[in-house]
Design a protein around this ligand. Structure first.
Ligand code: GLN
Length: 534
C-alpha cells in the first residue's frame, strides 16, 4: 500500500516579506536530504489565473516552468533549492480556483444549490492539493500559504487547510513564520507573535512550530515566552537568522534541530541519504577567491525581485568559478544619454529580457560597446534580439534595423513576430512559453559550454529572429549557434571574437546551485580571464 502523504503548511504572520518562500524551500531541502520526494505547493490569493499578466516591476519576476506555466517567483526558489522541476499544478491561485468553480456552476455540477466559499471553494482547494500530491507520488506536500494571516484574500485557503488537517489528523502540521522585532535594544519583543498566534488559533488552527525572523538573535527569554504563550515546546521555537547567502539557511535551521522536531512529529527518518556538493558550494559563496562586477543593462526598476533569477544564476555560476559576481544595475533609459565608456568598470554585461520600447537604444549602445571592446556579454531573450539588431545595424550595414515590436515600420525587421502569434489577441498564457528543445552547432562556444548538442531551455516571448535575415546576418559574420529543431527558430547566436552570446531562451530560469546555467558560467569564466589579463 502506498504511504500516506504528510503535509506541512507554512503560514506567514504579522507582515509580508519575511521570506516564507526561502523558509519553505529550506525545509523542503532538509526533507529531500533524507530521501523524501517533496512537492511544494503555493497558494496565492489574487484573482489572476496566473502571474503572466502581472508587471514584474511591481510584483517581482514572472517565473516560467517547463510546462509553460507562468508562476510566482517563489517557484524559482523551490526549484533552485530542490534541484527539481515543478509543474504549474503546484501553483494554486484564487483566480484558478474561482474559474474552476464558476465553470462547474455553469456546467450544472452544483445544480439546485447555491455555490459558496464553504464548502465548494474549500473542497476544490483540498481536492487540488490531494490530487497533485498523489499524482506526483509525493511523500510530503509542503504548502506555502501566500500573504499574511488575517488577510481577506487567503482566508479561504487557510480554512481549507484547517479542514484538511481535521481529515488527515496527525499527518498535517502547521508552521507559523513570524517577526520578532528588537528595535536595536537587544530585547526581542514577542507580543506581536503572541497576538498573531491567537489570531491563527481563532481560525481553529494550532501552529506547532514557530519560526522567528528578527533583526537581532532570539534570546532564551524570548523563546521561553513564545513557547509558553503560544502553546509550543521550547525546541519548536526556531530562529530564522539573516544569512550571507540564502543557501545557508537549511544548515542554520538544521543546527537548531528543526529537522528533528519535524521528523519526531511526522514520524520521518532522520538519516541523510543525499550525496550533494551543496555544502561545498555554499562555502565558496561565502568565501570566494575572486570578485567580479557584472552590469545588468535593463529598464529601471525599484523592485529588486524583478531580475531575481539572473541574480541567482550569477551566484550559482560564481560558486563554480570561485568568484563573487556583484551585480549592479544600469538604467538603460538613462544610459542612452551617457558615454558608452561608463561601462568600463564592469567585467561583464548582461542585457536581460523585457518588453517594449523604453530604454531600448541604451541596450543596443551597451551591446555595441561590449562587442567593440571585448567585454564579455550575455543577451537574454530581448537581450539576444537587441544583439541581433546591433549587429545588423553596425556590422551588416542594415541601416535602421530594428525589432518590429519596437518600431513597426522599420526598413529591416530583423526581429519579427512569430507567425503563430500574429492572430493571437488574448494576453494570458499566449506567448511561446516553457521548455523547447534547441540543437547546438558543433564547434561553437555555446556548444562547448553546454557540452552537448541537444539542449532544452525555457522561453517566454512573442518575437524571433526574422528567418529572412538569417543568411545576411551570417554573411556579416554572426554565428547562429542554436536552432529550434521543429520550426527553425533561431535560438542562439554568438560573436566570432571575444565572448558574446545571445539566447532567445531564459537559461537563468533553470539555473540551480547544483546545476548552474552553462552560459552564465561561460560569462563569468570569460570575465575572469579578461580581468586576469589586465
Ligand atoms: N519582447 C520580446 C518578445 O516578446 C522579448 C521577450 C522577453 O525578453 N522575455 O519576443
Amino acid at each position: 500500500m502506498a504511504q500516506r502523504i504528510k503535509y506541512i503548511v507554512v503560514m506567514g504572520s504579522i507582515m509580508s516579506g519575511l521570506g516564507k518562500g526561502i523558509l519553505s524551500s529550506s525545509i523542503a531541502r532538509l526533507l529531500k536530504k533524507r530521501g523524501y520526494k517533496v512537492l511544494p505547493i503555493k497558494f496565492d490569493g489574487y484573482l489572476n489565473v496566473d502571474c503572466g499578466t502581472m508587471n514584474p516591476f511591481r510584483h517581482g519576476e514572472v517565473f516560467v516552468l517547463d510546462d509553460g506555466s507562468e508562476v510566482d517567483m517563489d517557484f524559482g526558489t523551490y526549484e533552485r533549492f530542490l534541484n527539481q522541476s515543478l509543474t504549474g499544478r503546484s501553483s494554486i491561485t484564487g483566480g484558478k480556483m474561482f474559474k474552476r468553480i464558476i465553470e462547474k456552476e455553469r456546467r450544472g455540477d452544483f445544480l439546485g444549490r447555491d455555490v459558496q466559499f464553504v464548502p465548494h471553494l474549500t473542497d476544490e482547494i483540498k481536492e487540488c492539493v490531494k490530487c497533485v500530491g498523489e499524482e506526483e507520488k509525493a511523500d510530503i506536500v509542503l504548502i506555502e500559504v501566500g500573504g499574511t494571516v488575517g488577510d481577506l484574500e487567503n482566508g479561504y485557503f487557510i480554512e481549507a487547510m484547517r479542514q484538511l488537517a481535521y481529515e488527515v489528523g496527525k499527518d498535517l502540521l502547521f508552521l507559523q513564520l513570524t517577526f520578532v522585532p528588537s528595535l536595536g535594544k537587544g530585547e526581542p519583543k514577542t507580543k506581536p507573535t503572541q497576538h498573531a498566534n491567537r489570531l491563527i488559533q481563532s481560525m481553529g488552527i494550532k501552529p506547532e512550530i514557530i519560526i522567528c525572523r528578527g533583526d537581532e538573535p532570539l534570546t532564551k527569554e524570548a523563546k521561553e515566552k513564545i513557547s509558553l504563550y503560544c502553546n509550543v515546546p521550547f525546541e519548536n521555537v526556531v530562529y530564522d537568522p539573516m544569512v550571507p547567502t540564502v543557501y545557508q539557511l537549511p544548515e542554520m535551521l538544521e543546527k537548531q534541530n528543526l529537522y528533528d522536531v519535524l521528523a519526531n512529529r511526522l514520524e520521518l527518518r532522520k538519516e541523510a541519504v543525499e550525496q550533494s556538493e551543496w555544502d561545498k558550494l555554499v562555502g565558496r559563496i561565502i568565501k570566494p577567491t575572486h570578485e567580479l562586477k557584472v552590469g545588468i543593462v535593463g529598464k529601471y526598476t525599484s523592485v529588486s525581485d524583478a531580475y531575481v533569477s539572473i541574480k541567482e544564476a550569477l551566484v550559482h555560476a560564481g560558486a563554480v568559478v570561485n568568484a563573487k559576481a556583484d551585480f549592479e544595475f544600469v538604467d538603460s533609459e538613462e544610459f542612452e544619454g551617457k558615454m558608452a565608456k561608463e561601462l568600463e568598470k564592469y567585467d561583464a554585461i548582461i542585457v536581460p529580457g523585457g518588453f517594449g520600447k523604453r530604454g531600448i537604444e541604451g541596450k543596443i549602445k551597451a551591446i555595441q560597446y561590449c562587442r567593440e571592446n571585448g567585454v564579455p556579454f550575455l543577451g537574454l531573450c530581448l537581450g539576444m534580439q537587441m544583439m541581433v539588431v546591433e549587429y545588423a545595424r553596425n556590422v551588416c550595414g542594415l541601416k535602421g534595423a530594428n525589432s518590429s515590436e519596437i518600431e513597426k515600420e522599420t526598413p529591416h525587421p530583423v526581429i519579427d513576430i512569430l507567425p503563430e502569434q500574429v492572430s493571437i489577441m488574448e494576453k494570458g498564457a499566449t506567448m511561446r512559453l516553457g521548455a523547447y528543445p534547441c540543437i547546438l552547432k558543433e564547434g561553437t562556444k555555446s556548444f562547448e559550454l553546454y557540452g552537448e548538442k541537444n539542449i532544452s531551455e525555457r522561453h517566454r516571448h512573442r518575437y524571433e529572429v526574422n528567418p529572412n535575415y538569417v543568411s545576411k546576418l551570417e554573411e556579416g559574420g554572426l554565428i547562429i549557434s542554436g536552432v529550434s529543431p521543429k520550426n527553425n527558430i533561431m535560438e542562439m547566436c554568438e560573436w566570432k571574437e571575444g565572448f558574446g552570446i545571445g539566447t532567445q531562451a531564459h537559461p537563468e530560469l533553470k539555473s540551480r546551485l547544483e546545476a548552474p546555467a552553462p552560459l552564465f558560467v561561460g560569462l563569468l569564466k570569460a570575465a575572469l580571464k579578461r580581468k586576469k589579463k589586465d
